[in-house]
Write a protein that binds this ligand. Structure first.
Ligand SMILES: NC(=O)c1ccc[n+]([C@@H]2O[C@H](COP(=O)([O-])OP(=O)(O)OC[C@H]3O[C@@H](n4cnc5c(N)ncnc54)[C@H](O)[C@@H]3O)[C@@H](O)[C@H]2O)c1
Ligand SMILES: [Zn+2]
Length: 348
């Protein structure tokens, strides 16, 4: 087992990688624990949960709402949950984001922790203290920064994850290597097949390396004023693709990373050889990389969705580009430049 610590202004977070969910009681103090989970995770892993009342929510992005938070508050009242309570979210990113938000607002904030059960939640959603819900069709529109006291990442629970969900986690993992650590990117190229096969040692190391990168970035810039923006690599175009094509987040981010890489080539920052490496690694994780072949989408609709995105500044859009493999920069891209790359490279 390995440990990584985030020490932020919004709290301290101890992230344990390689610990089993059966050992969760070791990390619960004498506080009264209440578990928040979703139906699927409760059905598969309920018998491994610590002894504690369980609040179940539904599954899917549609349940990530204030209504669900209200239902949790009501159950907390029924359970007479006072300020001494500890809320433990066991599940994917949705359970983590909702648990963190409910805990941070219940009685002005009670302690909480996560046992993330998807790869995406282990390497991304449970790390960094962003909590919240969707509002009126907008993703993560309402929320607070607040660090989970403890996060227990058990690689063994990933065995039951559907392959497409697993691939979404790997998209964020590739992103971490691409933006921050060329050595990690190279190691991923060598170990991709074994990580995909969920070989415990390899998987634990990959989760550790990714959490370490995200934690380092968050430790520098907890509330996203600068450095943390680099974690949006692939997400500017990716969010638009996600909206228009309705494909899973990680798959859309995979396409988005290819677009950002081509924009980087257009600015003479990245070599085509590095774009090829990125493509091959994403493909090794069964992620889509070719807009024309892998997806049927109307470039105009994607551009339209992108221009409505909140990250637009003046006549340009902030994109995270790669100066080299392992080194990200945030640059403003004019709509005309994006259009040019889309016309000449992406939708030929
Ligand atoms: N807070 C952050 O910094 C942050 C970062 C990235 C993503 N997110 C959020 O995370 C959410 C996505 O998280 P996700 O990808 O984990 O999705 P998710 O929580 O919807 O989980 C995916 C599906 O897998 C099921 N599942 C979970 N664990 C399982 C397991 N071990 N075996 C079998 N099935 C399992 C769930 O029931 C669900 O149906 C989004 O709402 C996103 O906004 C937050
Ligand atoms: Zn993402």
């Amino acid at each position: 087992m390995k440990q990584i610590t985030i020490a932020g202004g919004t709290g301290k977070s101890s992230i344990l990688i390689g610990e089993r969910i059966q050992h969760l009681p070791r990390y619960l103090t004498d506080r009264r624990t209440i578990i928040i989970t979703d139906e699927t995770v409760a059905d598969i892993y309920g018998r491994d949960f610590p002894e504690a009342p369980v609040i179940r929510i539904g599954t899917g992005e549609a349940v990530k709402t204030l209504e669900t938070v209200t239902a949790i508050y009501q159950q907390l009242i029924a359970l007479a949950a006072d300020r001494s309570v500890f809320l433990l979210g066991i599940g994917g990113g949705i359970v983590c984001d909702i648990t963190g938000f409910a805990a941070s607002t219940w009685l002005r904030g009670v302690d909480f922790g996560y046992a993330p059960t998807t790869l995406l939640a282990q390497v991304d959603a449970s790390v960094g203290g962003k909590t919240g819900v969707n509002f009126s069709g907008y993703k993560n529109m309402v929320g607070v920064f607040s660090q989970p006291g403890v996060v227990v990442c058990d690689p063994f629970v990933l065995k039951t994850l559907p392959p497409r969900e697993l691939a979404c986690g790997f998209a964020e993992i590739v992103k971490h290597g691409a933006i921050f650590d060329a050595g990690y990117f190279s190691r991923l190229e060598k170990t991709a097949a074994r990580a995909m096969a969920l070989e415990p040692d390899v998987l634990e190391q990959v989760i550790y390396d990714s959490v370490a990168i995200k934690a380092a970035i968050v430790n520098q810039d907890e509330i996203e004023k600068g450095e943390r923006r680099k974690l949006n690599f692939g997400h500017t175009f990716g969010h638009a693709v996600e909206k228009i094509c309705g494909i899973p987040h990680g798959e859309a981010v995979s396409i988005g990373m290819m677009v950002a890489a081509m924009l980087s080539v257009n600015r003479k920052m990245l070599s085509l050889a590095d774009v090829d490496r990125l493509r091959r690694l994403l493909q090794a994780f069964r992620l889509p990389t070719d807009i024309g072949k892998d997806l049927e989408m109307d470039p105009e609709k994607v551009l339209d969705a992108l221009l409505r995105d909140k990250k637009r500044v003046g006549d340009g859009i902030c994109f995270v580009l790669l100066r080299a493999m392992g080194c990200a920069v945030v640059e403003k891209i004019a709509v005309s430049e994006l259009r040019e790359v889309m016309d000449t490279v992406l939708f030929r």
